[in-house]
Each structure stands twice: as C-alpha cells, then as structure tokens.
Design a protein around this ligand. Structure first.
Ligand code: NAD
Length: 470
C-alpha cells in the first residue's frame, strides 16, 4: 500500500505504547518510538529466517528477481513518506543529495541486484576433464548497519543476499532504527513471510548475531573497531564476512587542475550528507602553485550551501546525526585551530542551537600530522593541506592504515591515471569523489575492510561457490 506521509508509516511500525524515544537531531523533537528488542528476539528471527530459506531458494532466480523488482516498486510508491521519516530521524535534508536521493538510491540498488545472470562457469572442459563453478545460496545472512545512510546501506546488504537465495536478519543502528524498520515494512508488503527479518536492538544484538551458529555470513558496514570485534566474534563459526569499514579518503589536486572548474565537485565529494559518508573526501592535498586559488574557490562554493532543518526544502546540509559524532567533529576542529591552522570558513558552532548543527568548516595551512587530517572526522570539516608536489601528496595519502577511496583532480587524464595507480585505496575517482554506481564494484583496501559490494562481484560474494567435477 502507499502511505500518505511519514506519520502513517510510523503508525504501522511503532509499538502501541512504550518503547524507546527517537529524537530528531535537528530539533530535539520526538520522531517516534521503537520497541527495544533483545537477544531472545534475535534467536526467534534467525529461526524464522532459517525455516524460510529453503523455499525462498527453491523459487529460483527469475521469481526472486520479479519479487525484488515489485519490492522496489513499493519503495517508489512510498518514496515521499520514507524520505520524510529518514530526514526526521537521520537529520539529512529532503533536498540535495540527501533523503529523497537516498530513497531513490535504495530502489535503484534493489533493481540492480536483479540485473545480472549468475550462471555456472565452466572452469575446465578439455575433452578429458570437465569442471564447472556453481553459485549456491549460503543460508541465513546477518546484516549490521550504520546510521549515516541507513536505508541505502540496508539495501546494499539485503538485496544481493535475497537475490542469491539467502534469507536475511537485519540489525539496524540504534541511532536510526525507524528508517530501517519502515523500509523493511515496505519491502515485506511484497516479499514472502520470514524471508526478510529485522531485530532493532543495540550492540549486544549485533554481537550475538555475529557469533550465531545459524548465520552463514555477516554483511557489516560501520567503523573499523566494530569490524574488528565482529571478525573476532565470527571466528568460532567461520562465517563469511563482507567488511565495509571506516575510511579517511584523500583527494589529490594536480598542478594543472582548474580550481574554479573542480570546486563544486570537490565540495560535494567532501560534504555529501554533511560529511557523514564513508567514502567522502576527508583530507585534500593541494600543490603550492594553486593552493590559494583552490582554497578561495572551495570557500566560495561552501559559503553558499544552506544548512538547517531537513524538512525545509531550502537546505542541502543538515545536523550531525548524534551528539557523540558532533563532539568528535568539534574536538578535532578545536585542536586544529589551537594548533595555529587557519579557518577559511566555519569552526564557530552555535552552542545554543537546538540540534547538533556544526557549521560547514574549511581549515587551511594545517600540519599534515594534525588529528583533523589523520583521524576520520565524519562530519562537515575539511582540512586542506599544502604540498610541494604530487609525490608528497601520494606519500601522505598512503600513510594511514585505512584505504577506502581516494580521488585525483587534473585536466590531464593520463597523468591522473598514473597518480591513481600509486594510491592504496579500494576505489580511486578521477575528477569526482564518492560517485558510486550499482554496476561498479566497491570495497576497501587495508583496514577499510574486505569483500566487494555491487555488480556481479557483489552477487557472487553472497553465494557459496561449488565446484562440480566430472
Ligand atoms: P559503528 O561501528 O559504531 O556501528 C555500526 C553497527 O554495528 C551498529 O548497528 C552497531 O549497533 C553495531 N555494533 C556495535 N558494536 C558491535 C559489536 N561489538 N558487534 C556487532 N555489532 C556491533 O559505526 P557507525 O558509527 O554507525 O558508522 C560510522 C562508521 O561507519 C564510520 O567509520 C564510517 O566510515 C563507516 N562506514 C563505512 C562504510 C563503507 O561502505 N565502508 C559505509 C558507511 C559507514
């Protein structure tokens, strides 16, 4: 069915009484209530998913594709109600590359999981020996998600899992459970019972899920420390893992780049979702020769971007989603300013604001080893580091333990490709940053994780390869 607005959708997922209050990070007002679930609820959800899995697998690819496309239709039929709820709970504005964009992305990524055939692959066929690789369902997949893009990332986890014949148990972030409960509710209006399950609990539910004997694989997106904890707790049951972890993506500007031409794309590369994006540009390296011009061009673009309450159509930037993240950003910027770095924009939060608003902040003339550079800020504060040449920028880019994405900005494609090849990151974009695409595999290098999502690689990673010889 189509819900007229977020309140109708909330009424369908909230407990009649009680539950934990979820507050709007922009205003402090009540968004809704969530029924806290426990480890016992998780056992029941895993048991339901396990019981439903053989029949779901037996439906076959074509029927599962049909159902997943019908579920995407239902997201689209409820897009405005979903976007409004997402905006109120997560904080991101309706407009700009934010809530409506995320709901549209959720539908698009769900459809993309139906766009490939996963055929058996003949490995050897020489007249004497025949062997082929088949892709079988794994069983029940556990999906543990973050609070920054709660709907879209849930789809990244559940869509390829379901397509490949697995059933799913979701554990959303405790900061944004309503968005994921609403999304799952809309999907479950179309999907067979118990194929897609959700348990909205805290960290202890996540811990239990990652050690549960009936879970074959964990799809995890979140911070690197939590990823390490999940790797440990999944060891005894030898689970398959896809780990999409934290990053601190470098952008490298080459001397031939045109500062005016790249400024807006640099801005959105860094500030999409108010900087709360795994693969956002989090440190920008610029050569001396064009340093001032890049700083000026970026500051001009950034100063014009309105920040405020998400439901106001004028805004394209919102609050930090929670107090803990606000405190991280405020502390990193304060340290940078105290160290003598130059504030080009922002760094002056209104301490009396009702919401967790931290102003769009650009920090120049900052030491490459400053905390704002080497730690993940995950918010609207970009350090711009002056380098003498590209070699120095590459050295800094590769110096950290993480390597999710990176970008190279240049008017010379050949030169940009040469630099890209020297960067230790899962994706290197040229003249853009973070521009993901459901057809193109995505995953981290180093401590940003392992395993690929999206495209055919993403589907195969939700399957058990089985060789048949003979
Ligand atoms: P987080 O690691 O704090 O929490 C993520 C999820 O893990 C939550 O659902 C939480 O309840 C659960 N959890 C916490 N402890 C657990 C445990 N011991 N066992 C199992 N589950 C546990 O991350 P966050 O703060 O929600 O998200 C922000 C981080 O996520 C950033 O570092 C960001 O870079 C990263 N991120 C990465 C990607 C990517 O694709 N690589 C995408 C989005 C966000």
């Amino acid at each position: 069915m189509a819900y007229a607005n977020a309140q109708e959708l909330l009424d369908a997922i909230q407990p009649a009484t009680g539950g934990t209050e979820i507050l709007d990070p922009a205003t402090g007002e009540l968004v809704g209530r969530v029924a806290e679930q426990s480890a016992a609820d998780l056992d029941a959800a895993v048991a339901s998913a396990k019981a439903a899995q053989p029949a779901w697998d037996a439906l076959g690819h074509e029927e599962r594709k049909r159902l997943l496309n019908a579920a995407a239709d239902n997201i689209e039929a409820n897009a405005e109600a979903l976007a409004e709820l997402l905006s109120r709970e997560q904080g991101k504005p309706l407009n700009g590359p934010n809530a409506r964009f995320e709901v549209g992305g959720a539908a698009a990524w769900l459809r993309a999981a139906t766009a490939y055939e996963v055929e058996p692959e003949v490995v050897v066929d020489d007249g004497e020996t025949y062997a082929a690789k088949h892709y079988r369902a794994l069983g029940v997949v556990g999906a543990i998600g973050p609070w920054n893009w709660p709907m879209m990332i849930s789809i990244w986890q559940l869509a390829p899992s379901l397509r490949m014949g697995n059933t799913v148990v979701m554990k959303p972030s405790e900061y944004t459970p309503l968005s994921v409960l609403a999304l799952v509710h809309v999907l479950n209006e179309v999907l067979p019972a118990d194929v897609l399950n959700i348990v909205a609990g805290g960290r202890e539910v996540g811990e239990k899920l990652s050690g549960h004997p009936d879970i074959a694989k964990i799809m995890f997106t979140g911070s690197t420390p939590t990823g390490k904890a999940i790797i440990r707790s999944s060891a005894d049951t030898v689970k398959r893992l896809t780990m999409e972890l934290g990053g601190n993506d470098a952008g490298i500007v080459l001397e031939d780049a045109d500062p005016q031409a790249i400024a807006e794309d640099l801005f959105w590369g860094a500030f999409i979702n108010t900087g709360q994006t795994c693969a956002a540009l989090k440190r920008l390296y610029v050569p001396e020769s064009i340093y001032d011009a890049v700083c000026d061009a970026l500051a001009n673009v950034a100063a014009k971007m309105p920040m405020g309450v998400g439901l106001d159509e004028n805004n394209v930037l919102g609050p930090l989603q929670n107090k803990a993240q606000y405190d991280i950003v405020a502390s990193l910027v304060k340290d940078a300013v105290d160290s003598g770095a130059k504030v080009l924009l922002g760094a002056n939060p209104d301490e009396n604001a009702a919401g967790y608003f931290y102003p769009t902040t650009l920090i120049a003339d900052i030491d490459p080893s400053n905390r704002l550079v080497v730690e993940e800020q995950f918010g609207p504060a970009l350090p711009i580091i002056k380098v003498k040449d590209t070699a120095e920028a590459i050295k800094h880019a590769n110096a950290l333990e993480v390597g999710l994405g990176a970008s190279v900005w240049s008017s010379n494609r050949e030169q940009a490709l040469e630099v890209a090849a020297q960067i230790q990151a899962g994706t290197v974009w040229i003249n853009s940053h973070g521009t993901i695409d459901p057809r193109i595999p995505f995953g981290g290098a180093k401590q940003s994780g392992y395993g690929l999502e999206f495209g055919l690689d993403g589907l195969k990673s939700l399957a058990q390869p089985q060789i048949i010889k003979g």
